[in-house]
Write a protein that binds this ligand. Sequence first.
Ligand code: NHR
Ligand code: GAR
Length: 221
Amino acid sequence: MTDVPSSPLSLVVLVSGNGSNLQALLSACANGRIPARVSAVVSSEANAYALVRAREAQVATEVLCHRSFIGSRKDYDAQLAEKVERYQPGLVLLAGFMRVLTPTFVRQYRGRMLNIHPALLPAFRGLHTHARALASGVKVHGATVHFVTEELDGGPIVTQARVPVLSGDTEASLAARVLVQEHIIYPQAVSWFATGCLRLAEDDSAWFDDRLIPPQGVSVE
Ligand code: NHR
Ligand code: GAR
């Protein structure tokens, strides 16, 4: 017997904080802009507000607290994978998830894990992106959706949104301007994946239908 594809696509969202991106994804699933369902939200923080949002949307929640975790990163990620697997995800989404994932975990979800990063990759990989953008004096900043690979914030880019950096911007004002765009481009990218338009090729290139999504150049950071 052939496998029956699980319909609609099951999404598992990994979070650590406020969960406004999770909210955008929940809303887009609820109103049909994403043909998928959020099966579970898994948090690395027990008191993340994202968990409240999940419960309000009647979505299952799991917590694997990284602060109180005793064991290696490999052990943590093995338990994380066990929790994620309970929901048989077709796509895993990092939405403000604050832990670097081990190669074993990343490989398990190769081609079916996306992240939203608050910068215009390849500029400002890693943390504190808004402060670093302000300090560097760039005039344009933004957000990037990318496939997750072993290279931190280095996987192939799916889509980006740009915002201006304005004089007088603070970290908070810039973060807020970027976040508005995140809530637009992340559900958009997930809908592309859910409708079969978006895929990661064997050579780690990203494709939209039969067109290569052009890789971005080297950062001038
Ligand atoms: N894992 C892999 N392998 N590849 C990526 O591209 C990943 C990833 C895990 C998370 C999100 C990323 C971001 O968008 C992400 C992409 C956490 C850190 C980090 O340094 C960096 C980048 C991202 C997420 N975390 C610290 C750590 O030691 C902990 C920081 C904290 O707890 O506050 O894991 O920005
Ligand atoms: C978002 O800006 C997201 O891009 C960023 O954290 C914020 C989470 O907001 N992600 C990272 O910095 C990952 N290291 P949210 O919890 O309201 O979605």
